[in-house]
Design a protein around this ligand. Structure first.
Ligand code: NDP
Length: 285
């Protein structure tokens, strides 16, 4: 099996090193050729063009900046008979369109969403993994090579599903970052060391994270009051303490207010006994 990798940015370089370390014959290409030089000395073959790199591989992995750069790099390149794995971050719609585009050029297609940062690549104990969706046949046939840089999780034949899972996880993380930012802002100016507060924060967020299972159960059953231990009426009441404290500490509550406003709307619609699951209904357009 001949392996080709297009894209030697921070992530592509980490992927390349993992495959080289595992003894895979690897051809690489990067738009800016200088970035390939260190890999050449580590055993990679360096192709002068994307077309030449693709021609050299049966399994072609692409890890470029965005979907537009994938289209640009592969424009006019012969993909007939290739297994194309796109590890470039994009939207579900972009992944679906890219799958159609690849298949119409005679390639099998798998999209991937990397749930890791470069230092986690090639380090199994880091817990990093890649979400895959699209051709199951490709995933099964190439699993051994795909499993070298990071763990693998296949999430469905719909090529948009890897991106959908990826973006949903990153969106949840964004909310967490917002909450953490607000929490540290509250401590500013007090005689409190952020590093002493950090372990409490991690412990609390870890303890609260399994609430996702409760929300999932309620979404499945359709009963948003099922197993509720903290109801919306109580939580909305508690919001006023959160807001008053922000004011006392001279901290803007702009990161909290949008979610609180949705909780209040759901409560006003008569759902005092629910948790926060009903907020999801208000988000659907
Ligand atoms: P970098 O910015 O380090 O590298 C971007 C790569 O894309 C470079 O190889 C660059 O080439 C290439 N590129 C950009 N535009 C074009 C173009 N028009 N034609 C050809 N090549 C192009 O990004 P990363 O390596 O960090 O990220 C790559 C992908 O991996 C992204 O989609 C990112 O979202 C994803 N990812 C990255 C993570 C990270 O922590 N780094 C984590 C999870 C996913 P050149 O060298 O010539 O500029």
């Amino acid at each position: 099996m001949e392996l080709t990798l297009l894209g030697l940015g921070a992530m592509g370089t980490a992927l390349a090193r993992a495959w080289l370390a595992a003894g895979y014959p690897l051809t690489v290409w990067n738009r800016t050729s200088g970035r390939a030089e260190p890999l050449a000395s580590e055993g990679a073959r360096v192709a002068a063009t994307a077309a030449e790199a693709v021609a050299a591989g049966d399994l072609v992995v692409v890890c470029l900046l965005d979907d537009a750069s994938v289209g640009e790099a592969l424009a006019g390149v012969d993909l007939t008979g290739k297994d194309l794995v796109n590890l470039t971050t994009g939207t579900p719609a972009q992944a679906r369109a890219r799958a159609e585009w690849a298949e119409s050029r005679g390639a099998r297609f798998l999209d991937g969403g990397i749930m890791a940062v470069p230092p986690m690549i090639g380090v199994p104990e880091s817990g990093g993994y890649v979400l895959y969706s699209g051709s199951r046949a490709l995933f099964d046939a190439r699993h051994e090579a795909l499993a070298v840089p990071a763990g693998t999780r296949y999430v469905g034949t719909d090529p948009g599903f890897a991106a959908l899972h990826d973006v949903a996880l990153l969106s949840a993380m964004t909310g967490m970052f917002a909450g953490v930012s607000h929490a540290f802002a509250l401590l500013r100016g007090e005689d409190l060391a952020p590093k002493d507060f950090a372990p409490l924060l991690v412990e609390w967020l870890t303890a609260m994270a399994p609430s996702a299972y409760e929300i999932a159960g309620q979404l499945e059953s359709g009963d948003y009051t099922e197993g509720v231990v903290s109801n919306l009426a109580m939580m909305v009441e508690g919001n006023s303490t959160l807001l008053r404290t922000a004011e006392e500490q001279r901290v803007s509550a702009e990161l909290l207010i949008p979610f609180m406003a949705l909780m209040e709307r759901r409560l006003a619609e008569g759902h005092a006994d629910e948790g926060t699951t009903g907020v999801i209904e208000l988000l659907i357009r």
